[in-house]
Write a protein that binds this ligand. Structure first.
Ligand SMILES: [Fe+2]
Length: 367
């Protein structure tokens, strides 16, 4: 399915350093959900190799198709599409399109963009034939290609980030998200990408080149519903607050941890609707200028946190090699499911910036 080889991971010193744990036959660390799930699946086993053997035995699956899929048939620019909604309010898988050849007509791009705005995240299957250059071409139809984490004034180069150390030759804007038996990794907390940037990326495109046979789904949570789901009095209290978004150690550039202040209620610049723009992957506090007492701040953040990942706000996408998801960072949170060790999960990500620069910085402008 996939025609793209990954760069040799062992060329990265960071990768080799983390892989020492595997060489010593120690189980993956439980500070990551990947280690916790593995430990839960094979309790009492202390050898990494033995854990791996037993899990691979459990996951020795065969491919099959059965069941019923509901979809909406629609013809756009002469192409017959099947639109499969993942959940009532969020996520649609678009079947029947070839992203390498079917986007020549601007009407098709407009159709996809409108659907993307309506559904927050759209997905595609069977696109593994796309080269990385064609992925860039696809993403570029929706906005300006950003650097690995959006705007080019802060490009993380932390020595602790394997993903920043492994680069595709000729496509430095592409971030490789890699996880294998030796170096398991997952972005397993609810977040929008790079909100620690003053002008965070509008959207992200993720291609799966190698998928775990089971596990590693990405979940998406609707931020419009999160805003609507807050109690009326909470909405009034937080409506004009701002919050501080702080990157993690892997987002450092030249040793500097990035941070930015954004409105808690955000106006979506294309739909005009309000989203809750607090991602507790990066947010721990409101801006000090508001003087929100610490105990009240804790209660408010907790109320918001309880809306992250509520089933009715969330869809879940199972990856196959050649699957692509494109999501709107202004309207959804996302989180990887850290359950797939020891299987390989190899992904490629591009960020997209709004063509209209005046819309890049988050703002709140109630109707
Ligand atoms: Fe992410």
């Amino acid at each position: 399915m996939s025609n793209q080889e990954f760069p040799k991971l062992t060329d990265s010193a960071t990768y080799r350093e983390i892989a020492k744990r595997a060489k010593a036959d120690k189980p993956p660390t439980r500070s990551s959900p990947l280690g916790t799930v593995a430990k839960t699946r094979v309790p009492g086993v202390t050898s990494r190799k033995e854990m791996q053997r037993r899990i691979n035995e459990q996951d020795d699956l065969v491919v099959g198709h059965f069941g019923t899929v509901y979809y909406k048939p629609v013809t756009v620019c002469g192409v017959d599409l099947k639109l499969e909604p993942l959940q009532p309010s969020i996520g649609t898988v678009i079947h029947g399109i070839d992203l390498a050849t079917d986007l020549q007509d601007p009407e098709m791009v407009k159709f996809l963009r409108d659907l993307w705005l309506e559904r927050r995240v759209i997905m595609f299957r069977d696109q593994g034939h796309l080269t990385r250059e064609q992925m860039v071409e696809f993403a570029n139809r929706f906005g300006e290609i950003g650097a690995t984490h959006g705007e080019r004034d802060h490009i993380p180069n932390s020595p602790t980030a394997v993903s920043s150390q492994v680069v595709v030759p000729g496509i430095p804007d592409m971030l490789l998200l890699i996880s294998d038996e030796d170096v398991p990794q997952v972005a397993g907390s609810w977040h929008c990408d790079a909100t620690w940037q003053p002008r965070p990326p509008m959207g992200s495109v993720l291609m799966c080149r190698e998928a775990p046979v089971i596990g590693g789904d990405t979940c998406f949570c609707d931020c419009y519903s999160m805003w609507e789901g807050l109690r009326e009095e909470t909405r009034r209290r937080v409506e004009h607050l701002t919050a501080i978004h702080i990157g993690g150690p892997i987002h450092q550039m030249d040793g500097v941890t990035p941070q930015a202040t954004h409105p808690v209620a955000r106006t979506h610049p294309e739909t005009g609707r309000t989203t809750l723009y607090v991602q507790q992957g990066f947010v721990r506090q409101f801006a000090e200028a508001h003087g929100v007492p610490a105990d009240e701040e804790k209660v408010l953040l907790r109320e918001m946190k309880l809306l992250e990942g509520r089933p009715e706000n969330t869809c879940r996408f199972k990856w196959e090699a050649g699957s692509i998801a494109m999501w709107d960072n202004r309207a959804v949170l996302h989180s990887g499911s850290g359950d797939y060790w020891p299987h390989r999960r190899m992904m490629e990500r591009l960020t997209i910036l709004d063509f209209d620069e005046s819309r890049r910085a988050p703002y709140y402008s109630p109707q």
